[in-house]
Design a protein around this ligand. Structure first.
Ligand SMILES: [Zn+2]
Length: 313
């Protein structure tokens, strides 16, 4: 399989078999071949505390894989939001590591290639060195523990979140086995230049310098529509809505550069609360796949970032 494209599927101890089956049938029906299990709200700790949703069990993980059947899927996991590599507080770092440990365990049960996670935010000045040290220590510990899934921190959507594309590649490519997750809507929301071909090419060049990417070690990529505010990301939306993420331009460049077999595309589109748009992550993933399978090429971004204008200096 050269094109790896799919959606995310929320997973926790409380996911019912029925709900899982409904979603999996939708994925199968659309012929998608990549799934990112989202453990977004899972956490370790006492389950009687409100807001604590336990991680899935090994048994649950095995049964969900059974529901997918024999077809080949590219599986990955999105870690809970509770993980932070930016915090300098020992107790918070310890709690992050415990949650990461639980996530890695589940990811291995699910045969996931990597764990995508948000590395955290900064209240004061960005301390990249600190994050690099934390990630390095997590990677060493991961290898000691024998977890197979790779670590892949994600480009943050807000200005104060860690980190922009180039910082993240620089740090993670210096760590053995580490990857990063390129969310193009986050990159866009924090003012990254993916609005013209040269900005995208510069990114691919950087990726090639940093990692050994191929069809079994793909760079995790996220795409969706995005609504942007003064601090960057506000929330995800459908493709073509919000502030106009240049997804067709990015996909055109990936295709032209023979990059599609080096990436794993996960669509994170959703209808924002209160909107009545038609569509969902599956229909947007199909939209992207149809675009890639067509002969259409987009060379220029025609969107109007609108109120983004003053961010792109
Ligand atoms: Zn994302």
């Amino acid at each position: 399989m050269s094109l790896s494209i799919g959606i995310s599927l929320g997973f926790s101890r409380f996911l019912s078999q029925d709900k899982a089956l409904g979603k999996i049938n939708q994925i199968k029906g659309a012929g998608l071949n990549s799934v990112e299990f989202g453990l977004l709200n899972c956490a370790i700790g006492r389950t009687n505390i409100p807001g604590i949703i336990p991680f899935p069990t090994e048994h649950q993980s095995k049964s969900i894989l059974d529901l997918f059947g024999d077809k080949d899927y590219y599986f990955s996991v999105h870690a809970p939001y509770r993980i932070s590599a930016t915090t300098e507080e020992e107790t918070k770092l310890k709690y992050s590591k415990s949650n990461l440990s639980a996530t890695l365990k589940v990811t291995d049960w699910l045969h996931g290639h990597h764990v995508t996670f948000h590395a955290g935010s900064f209240k004061k000045k960005h301390n990249n060195k600190h994050v690099a040290n934390v990630l390095n220590s997590w990677e060493e510990w991961r290898q000691e523990k024998g977890y197979r899934a790779k670590l892949a921190p994600e480009v943050g959507g807000k200005y104060n979140s860690f980190a922009d594309f180039f910082t993240l590649v620089e740090i993670t490519s210096g760590i053995e086995n580490c990857l990063m997750t390129w969310d193009i809507s986050h990159d866009f929301a924090r003012g990254g230049n993916i609005l013209d071909e040269s900005g995208i090419l510069k990114r691919l060049e950087k990726l090639d310098e940093g990692y050994d990417l191929n069809s079994s070690n793909r760079l995790p990529m996220h795409f969706s529509g995005m609504v942007v505010g003064k601090t960057g990301e506000k929330h995800h939306t459908l493709l073509g809505k919000g502030n106009g993420v240049p997804w067709e331009l990015v996909l055109s460049v990936l295709k032209e550069q023979n990059y599609l077999e080096k990436v794993n595309l996960v669509c994170e589109s959703k209808v924002p609360k209160g909107e009545k748009f038609k569509g969902d992550a599956v229909s947007d993933a199909l939209k992207a796949r149809e675009f890639l399978e067509s002969n259409r090429v987009v060379k220029q971004y025609k969107g109007k970032p609108g109120n983004l204008d003053y961010y792109f200096s």
